[in-house]
Design a protein around this ligand. Sequence first.
Ligand code: FCB
Length: 441
Amino acid sequence: MAHATYNFPKGFLWGTATASHQVEGNNTNNNWHYWEEEGHITSGHSCGLACDWWGGRWKEDFDRASEAGQNTHRLSIEWSRIQPTVDRWDEDALDHYRQMLRGLKERGLTPMVTLHHFSDPVWLMFLGGWEYERVVEYFETYVRRVVEALGDYVDCWCTINEPNVYAVMGYVFGDFPPGKRNIGAAFHVMTSLVRGHAAAYHAIKELQPQSRVGMAINYRGMMAARKISPFDILLANNLSRVYNDFFPRAVTDGVLRFFTNSKRVPEAKGTQDFLGLNYYTREYVAFNPFAPGNVFAKNFYDPEAELSPTGFIANEPLGFYEAIKWALQFNKPIIITENGVEDPEDSMRRRYLIQHVHQLWRAVNFNWPIEGYYHWSLVDNFEWERGWTQRFGLWELDPETQTRTKRPSADLYAAIAKQNSLSSEMVAEFAPELIESMFPG
Ligand code: FCB
């Protein structure tokens, strides 16, 4: 085996990412709780206490992150806690977040804060959520309140997490609330999300000119299943344009590009200081007029690819490199805001992590402007409509007893973060099966 070390630039950010509804527990005033009560979660699972961060267990988890060499953490603020009803603000909730952010700083973890990560307050849900005509105004008011209260601790804001997933899952496939299957509604919501982001961007910049503001996009590589089929090629390109390109392009030039028409939203132009990239996997797309979801597509993974236990994610590290390359076109610093895999046994995760960090290093090595990497996630948490059936944590969680157990990947990631590099020794220790392909000789 050849000995080598892939170094990252000084000051590279290594962290983990979480979201309020998934980790805090007892979030009973949002649309996801309502969705759960309606019985939409796999196996009837309940979010319950989640990781009990609201009960104070953030302290021990932040200790874990900092002892494991991480220097940053991405968390989200729960809108329904800050504004429990349309006419009420909860100062105690803001103070709770203040303590958490202070807790991060005391442990040497720089916070990155997401203002909207899938969950909406119940009062907004009843008004129509992101279809409601005044949602942008409400979102901006909430954002101002948060930035005024927490701005002393945060200067890197992510306005909206994965607006593309929010729209597609909630309004095309119907697996997220509100469970609609209506492309027109999806486009309407996408428009509001762009407007909401733009309003938040301008408000944050007004309050905190030195801060940096972006959004996190879920990028999925979409490749034509049959390389010579014009239908597959056209479909893969069109889907990728709307799924992957829509939001970053909108916040670059202020133009919304739908399948067949476009619309200008001038206030969105130039509202991105960095591009947040969430990458998990890539897939093939085949034209199929009978496929559900109204987009004539059958999507599937490379039959050769290694799949996560529930088949949710295919291990496609090259797709990560391609995603980063795609992100370069927006000429902004890139932050990998999420990447990871569900794997309770932690056998695939070690490989997945090594192979993805390797591709990240390749990209960094070209001097592409990548500032950091957030692994999803620190501790197992509540996986939306999939409940507790998928485990993404570096630490395993038993939600009943709240016991945490470290997985080997936590040590691997700690070695990467502490040494700011990926070495052949780490690969030999944590995934020896990769040594020959990664370090031949
Ligand atoms: C992303 C979400 C995140 C988590 C991971 C597995 O799409 O942003 O909350 O569910 O997937």
